[in-house]
Design a protein around this ligand. Structure first.
Ligand code: PGA
Length: 251
């Protein structure tokens, strides 16, 4: 059985007090709610410790949104995977399209970060996805394949199932334009095909693949009911407890 996951990505939003309140609200809801799905929130580094205190890990798990590719040293402003691990976290979002676009995270760098996470017992939530231009020119399959091949370089069969993949078409992120359930399903099935080519059909059928890009309370159910969609990576709608709770209920 594949793990179902609803993950929030708060990005660079919320001041500390707001973040704590949001985490507490989710924790309260989850403490009275039964689901097989894991609920994860990707919070800013500054909020991690207090968000850990605000939730029970049986209910809500905390993720970082990025990590350094280096172990330690003179890298002003960076945060290593070891530091993240020392807080007790189990998840880091890696290769989000905003990191790729604004901070120079290349496919190669994403691959290094994935390895660092796995070496430290952390599950990377690895993002991939195409721009509108790439989709319109029909290149999206190749783009996604290259992103995934590079993200998986050096990842052994024994640890690939610790990786969570998130398909996030860039044209659907923060735009209110969601991929249709059919469009999302087509790419999720394709991602499983790539994983089966690199690893095996069994591994491909067990790896969790999330959809991200304008997931909202009104479209989550249809997206999540697709065969190869195992949950969501939710940006804007994860900032309102009420909306995120509706999305959790949709899984
Ligand atoms: P969105 O963001 O839900 O606001 O489109 C998704 C993401 O960037 O992970």
């Amino acid at each position: 059985m594949r793990k179902k996951i609803v993950a929030g990505n708060w990005k660079m939003n919320t001041l500390l007090a707001e973040g704590i309140t949001l985490a507490q609200e989710l924790n309260t809801f989850m403490s009275g709610y039964e689901t097989d799905a894991k609920v994860v929130i990707g919070v800013p580094f500054t909020h991690i410790s207090q968000c850990i205190d605000a939730v029970d890990e049986k209910n809500v798990l905390i993720s970082a949104q990025n990590c350094s590719e280096h172990d330690s040293g003179a890298y002003t402003g960076e945060v290593s995977v070891q530091m993240i691990k020392s807080l007790g976290l189990k998840y880091v979002i890696v290769g989000h399209s905003e990191r790729r676009e604004y901070f120079g995270d290349t496919d190669g760098l994403v691959g290094i970060k994935v390895i660092k996470c796995l070496e430290n017992g952390i599950s990377p939530i690895v993002c991939c996805g195409e721009t509108l231009e790439e989709r319109e020119s029909g290149n999206h399959f190749d783009i996604i394949k290259t992103q995934l091949l590079k993200a998986c370089i050096g990842v052994q069969r024994t640890s690939i199932l610790d990786v969570i993949i998130a398909y996030e078409p860039i044209w659907a992120i923060g735009t209110g334009k969601t991929a249709s359930p059919e469009q999302a399903q087509e790419i999720h099935a394709y991602i499983r095909e790539i994983i089966s080519e690199i690893y095996s059909v069994e591994i491909a059928s067990e790896i969790s693949i999330l959809y991200g890009g304008s997931v909202k309370p009104n479209n989550a159910k249809e997206l999540f009911s697709q065969n190869d969609i195992d949950g969501g990576l939710v940006g804007g709608a994860s900032l309102k407890a009420e909306d995120f709770i509706q999305i959790i209920k949709a899984i």
